[in-house]
Write a protein that binds this ligand. Structure first.
Ligand SMILES: [Zn+2]
Length: 356
């Protein structure tokens, strides 16, 4: 299988994040992607190449220009405003209740503060997504990895894998969140829609709901989003990911959320995956973009499912058995020692190769 990787992810060298106010070692670290790269290299069955530069246009096709400019200039502003910290993590966010009672015109006039801490809160969602000196460069490279992977599939590969880092599925049109800055899968799906004129399905099997992808395509009839994830009643991103969220306007019925209970094992998961694949096969088109996360793994420190490498192999096999061509993009997964083995198992399954 062709795989795409860029060492520019190393510039997003975060060391800490905060969860519930406590500073802890960061989960989304460079070692994740390096573990996967090394395992795929050792396997011998993957042809790993670098991405090509796709510029800003495909990003601006999906994201708000204000978010893009914020991410581009953030670190420059951090330094210009005399903040000497190693990472910027906002602590003030514009809760909608702050603007209760204001009219639509007044709300339209609201804007991000010039202070970079206020700007980071305006475009952010949570305190677990640190921004460091190399974040923008790494996030741009991650998009190029996704778009290069999509190019390979549009050009005829049956399946290709993009080792994206940072991940993308929590990033919405005008929002960065949950370790994600640009929504790699959404940008790839949009590029495929534009270049092929076909409808595209997105299968999100990261442990968390891909709130960003859902938001971006919420009113779109040409991209169907299907996600299996930990129920937001107990898991991040808390405010989206429920069964009743099915899309609006032209997107009515094009959004399918399949929240799952704690302890979900291979057998239960694969049965729900079959439902997800049926929903994706209902729509015409030849390509599925897969948001592939391994925080569903039984030992993952963030997720609470009980999936195994054998389960991932079977999941990859079933997704490929749809006959759709696959743009497979890396999202989360935080049990670092197992990440490479889990990715290898899923991708070998998708290629019709044995588990080991
Ligand atoms: Zn996740």
């Amino acid at each position: 299988m062709r795989a795409v990787y860029s060492d520019r992810h190393l510039r997003h060298d975060v060391t800490h994040e905060t969860i519930l106010g406590e500073e802890i070692p960061a989960y989304e670290v460079a070692e994740r992607a390096e573990n996967i790269r090394k395992t795929l290299e050792a396997d011998g069955g993957f042809d790993i190449t670098g991405p090509t530069d796709h510029g800003l246009e495909p990003i601006l096709a999906v994201h708000d220009e204000g978010l893009v400019r914020f991410l581009e200039t953030c670190w420059f502003e951090v330094r210009r405003q005399g903040i000497e910290r190693k990472a910027l993590i906002p602590d003030t966010w514009p809760n909608p209740a702050m603007f209760d009672g204001m009219g639509a015109d007044a709300i339209d006039d609201l804007r991000a503060s010039a202070a970079i801490a206020g700007r980071a809160g305006w475009y952010g969602l949570d305190s677990s997504t640190p921004f460091v000196a190399g974040t923008y460069n790494a996030a741009r490279a991650s998009v190029d990895v996704a778009l290069t992977t999509a190019d390979l599939v549009v050009a005829g590969e049956h399946a290709a894998y993009g080792l994206c880092r940072p991940p993308g599925h929590h990033a919405a049109r005008a929002l960065y969140a949950g370790y994600c800055f640009f929504n790699n899968a959404a940008i790839a799906a949009e590029a495929i829609v534009r270049s092929t004129g076909e409808r595209v399905g997105i299968l999100d099997v990261d442990f968390h709901h891909g709130n960003g992808t859902q938001q971006i395509f919420w009113r779109r009839g040409d991209v169907r989003y299907v996600s299996l994830h930990g129920d937001p009643d107990r898991q991040y991103p808390y405010y989206l990911g429920r069964v009743g969220e099915t899309g609006e306007g032209e997107g009515t019925g094009e959004n399918l959320n399949l929240p799952l209970p704690a302890g979900t094992d291979d057998e239960a998961y694969l049965a729900v995956l079959d439902r997800a694949l049926e929903a994706l096969l209902e729509v015409p088109g030849s390509v599925i973009v897969v948001s592939l996360g391994f925080d569903t793994f039984t030992l993952d420190p963030l997720g609470d499912f009980s999936l195994t490498a054998e389960g991932y192999h079977e999941a990859g096999r079933r997704v490929a058995a749809t006959g759709r061509r696959l743009v497979i993009l890396q999202e989360g997964g935080y049990h670092r020692p197992s990440l490479g083995d889990n990715a290898r198992a899923w991708l070998r399954g998708a290629e019709g190769r044995p588990f080991a």
